[in-house]
Write a protein that binds this ligand. Structure first.
Ligand code: SAH
Ligand code: ZN
Ligand code: ZN
Ligand code: ZN
Ligand code: ZN
Length: 449
């Protein structure tokens, strides 16, 4: 499998990025990787699928210097063609039009094929499980109708709770945004779409970019683009790219924000590279440019990726708001006694503008000029609210920074870490800093000083 849990300390896979002229798999251009050992590149470079980190989902593999015969190229093209969805987006839009004309009693959805069925197709799906009497309300919330693709290594579809989704939507409308580029946020898109169709005065629009083609059954080409956020590939080609470009164009004065919630197993550098391309697309919609401004963005991701994200987007800051999910037992709201979610909002907007709900315990720190969670105490020595996980952190004078409450200063390792650890002995390095002795979750470098 290509990447996922790299460990710079031992052998790992490093992403060399989207390369011009890269070969294609059914998920668009492959990404170039290299094996690394102790942080140095080693061995042959190779291409692997950008979207699937599990070989079972896509086993595309090619050495960078490999000579591929004409016959194999032809076979590959044929394979890629045959692995595209059986209906085009256009066909799905037409099918939808016919579907809504049907009386309720004839509206069926095949759960096995995850597909709206027209009466002529019932026979073909006769031994499949299906839902009947699909209402207009159900068609307006496809994320409830479709089952979440939880496959960790590829789709990792974790849907926002209503609370989090509502919060995001209120936040961005309060900030004055009227257009949302929803990249891998089908539930946010759906909330915007259904509000817009129900409330006269609600004038926000959304364009969904997602790799989950099932959504093309419910949205037109102006509402959904089949898109791969790891290689910035529009499956619908130039027409789809143009749809996106048009959407980003703020000619009418409607301000755009991009909101994205990528799979957490994803390669941060690949995501960052795609998001920069989307930002460039936005920049190019304006003849005079946007005076060096960046397209406003919310990138929703776990707090332990903070330093990785800031590496690529130095203008971003992490907000304390805990985003939580319906189908993720671990990532639920802390207040209800369940575990706290590690997922945060990273944004290039001014932190003080991001108002977090006081009724959920967030408060405004006048020194830091941002909202912080209730447990996040302002440290006088660091002169900032230092907690990353919502718990109260403590200052270590030796490390000269605040650390997790459960940590102790180890004089052997010369840093704070879990009390139970083997000093520098463990041979498998940490995912984040590459050093031995701790795992990613306990990495001292995660608390940026
Ligand atoms: N919390 C969001 C869903 C996030 S789950 C919500 O409720 O709206 C991650 C999303 O990213 C899923 O919709 C998944 O289909 C999509 N996704 C996964 N891999 C992708 C890829 N390579 N390109 C684009 N979208 C992808
Ligand atoms: Zn079926
Ligand atoms: Zn503070
Ligand atoms: Zn401190
Ligand atoms: Zn310490």
């Amino acid at each position: 499998a290509a990447a996922g849990s790299e460990r710079p300390g031992s052998t790992a896979l490093a992403l060399l990025g989207p390369a011009p002229g890269a070969p294609c798999c059914p998920h668009g251009p492959a990404l170039l990787f290299v094996k690394t050992s102790q942080g140095t590149e080693e061995g042959r470079r190779f291409y692997a699928c950008s979207a699937c980190r599990d070989r079972k989902d896509c086993n595309f593999f090619q050495w960078e210097d490999e000579k591929v015969s004409e016959a194999r190229l032809a076979a590959r093209e044929e394979y890629n063609r045959s692995h595209q969805p059986c209906f085009t987006h256009r066909q799905n839009v037409d099918r939808y039009k016919n579907f809504v004309l049907l009386p309720l009693s004839k509206r069926r959805f095949c759960q096995e094929c995850q597909q709206l069925l027209l009466p002529a197709e019932w026979k073909k799906h006769s031994d499949h499980q299906f839902l009947c009497d699909i209402t207009t309300a159900q068609l307006k919330s496809p994320s409830q109708l479709l089952y979440p693709l939880e496959n960790k290594k590829t789709n990792a579809q974790y849907l926002f709770t209503d609370r989090s989704c509502q919060f995001l939507l209120n936040l961005l409308t309060d900030l004055g945004f009227r257009r949302v580029l929803s990249v891998g946020t089908p539930r946010l898109h759906e909330m915007i779409q259904s509000k817009a169709s129900q409330e006269e005065e609600f004038n926000v629009r959304s364009l969904l970019l997602d790799i989950d083609f099932r959504y093309s059954q419910f949205y037109t080409e102006d509402e959904f683009c089949h898109y791969n956020m790891f290689n910035h590939h529009f499956f619908g080609g130039e027409a789809a790219r143009e749809t996106c470009r048009k959407f980003l164009c703020e000619e009418t004065g409607e301000r755009v924000i991009m909101v994205t919630d990528p799979p957490f197993g994803g390669l941060v550098e690949a995501l960052a590279s795609s998001f920069k391309k989307l930002m460039t697309m936005w920049n190019e919609t304006e003849k005079e440019g946007h005076d060096n401004r960046e397209m406003p963005m919310f990138w929703i991701f776990p707090y332990f990726f903070e330093s990785r994200i800031l590496d690529f987007f130095p203008s971003f800051s992490m907000m304390d708001y805990q985003v939580d999910y319906d189908n993720h037992a671990l990532y639920k709201h802390g207040k209800t006694g369940r575990r706290q979610s590690p997922v945060r909002i990273f944004t290039n907007l001014t932190p003080s503008m991001i108002v977090l709900p006081e009724e959920e315990g967030y408060r405004f720190c006048t020194v830091c000029q941002r909202y912080v969670s209730s447990g996040n105490q302002h440290c006088e020595i660091c002169n900032s609210c230092t907690s990353k996980d919502g718990r109260r952190w403590k200052h270590c004078v030796l490390c000269k920074k605040c650390v997790k409450p459960s940590w102790f200063h180890c004089n052997n390792c010369k840093c704070c870490t879990l009390e139970k650890h083997s000093c520098e002995k463990s041979d498998s390095g940490c995912f984040v800093c590459g050093k031995a002795g701790h795992k990613r979750s306990a990495c001292p470098s995660l608390s940026r000083s």
